[in-house]
Design a protein around this ligand. Structure first.
Ligand SMILES: [Fe+2]
Length: 240
């Protein structure tokens, strides 16, 4: 850890510790949080995609094995990977809660935030969100999808917010809580890995991401990727 600040940016009660992790991302550790009203059965106040919770962060980092090793050292499991023929790592999905991931690594220049994933309950709510964007003539905020991922099996829709930051509406991945859960490994040349139906992954999705700030609010310097998944000429992706 490069730097530590105590008690700053606290999201709940008690002490929080903010650090820049070895990958260059600001993270905050806390052990206590304010309780909120239970909203699970407040159907009357649900709107749009009916977002239920934060699901995951997806981060761009140049060195996927280093990211994997760091999160493994924190006790994270690995649900799925994208690998080359020699098992070189292009991407990995890692979890603490018992779903596919809390954090995923997309190989690319970094540290940058690729997207924030928020969960809804069912796939029809993802479709409804896309329809609402069309109705409002905000279709240009839809970057990719709707579709079903190969990795995670989740149903997805990628949106860009007015500042260009990427948000994924995500649902229907699977349980990973069995203690002997095995990592599922996708080959980087399998064109179902990013979209199970083989639909193309557009270039902006691979190339564009949000910079991250250090503890003083300054942009972190960005290093180029070691491996570039988008450079692998495969099936529907067609990028190279
Ligand atoms: Fe995601």
């Amino acid at each position: 850890m490069k730097r530590v600040k105590k008690g700053e940016g606290t999201v709940g009660v008690g002490d929080a510790v903010r650090v820049i992790d070895p990958l260059g991302f600001p993270v905050e550790f806390f052990h206590e949080i304010d309780r909120a009203e239970r909203l699970i059965q407040r159907y009357d106040i649900r709107h749009g995609a009916e977002i239920a919770r934060l699901d995951h962060f997806n981060i761009c980092t140049p060195d996927i094995p280093a990211a994997y090793d760091h999160y493994k050292s924190l006790g994270f499991g690995c649900s799925e990977t994208i690998e080359g023929d020699e098992h070189e790592l292009y991407a990995a999905w890692m979890y603490r809660k018992q779903t596919v991931h809390d954090v995923a690594f997309t190989g690319g220049a970094g540290p940058r935030l690729h997207h924030l994933g928020v969960a809804t309950h069912e796939s029809h709510q993802v479709l409804r969100a896309a329809d609402i964007f069309g109705s409002l003539r905000k279709e240009h905020h839809i970057e990719r999808g709707p579709g079903r991922h190969g990795v995670s099996n989740a149903f997805y829709l990628y949106l860009r917010d007015p500042d260009g930051h990427r948000v994924e509406i995500y649902t229907s991945d699977y349980y990973t809580g069995d203690p002997d859960h095995e990592t599922y490994r996708w080959n980087v040349k399998d064109d179902r890995r990013r979209d199970f139906w083989g639909n193309a992954v557009i270039e902006s999705w691979y190339k564009e991401a949000s910079p991250v700030l250090d503890l003083d609010g300054c942009p972190q310097p960005i290093a180029d990727a070691v491996l570039d998944e988008s450079a692998v000429q495969v099936g529907a992706d067609g990028l190279g």
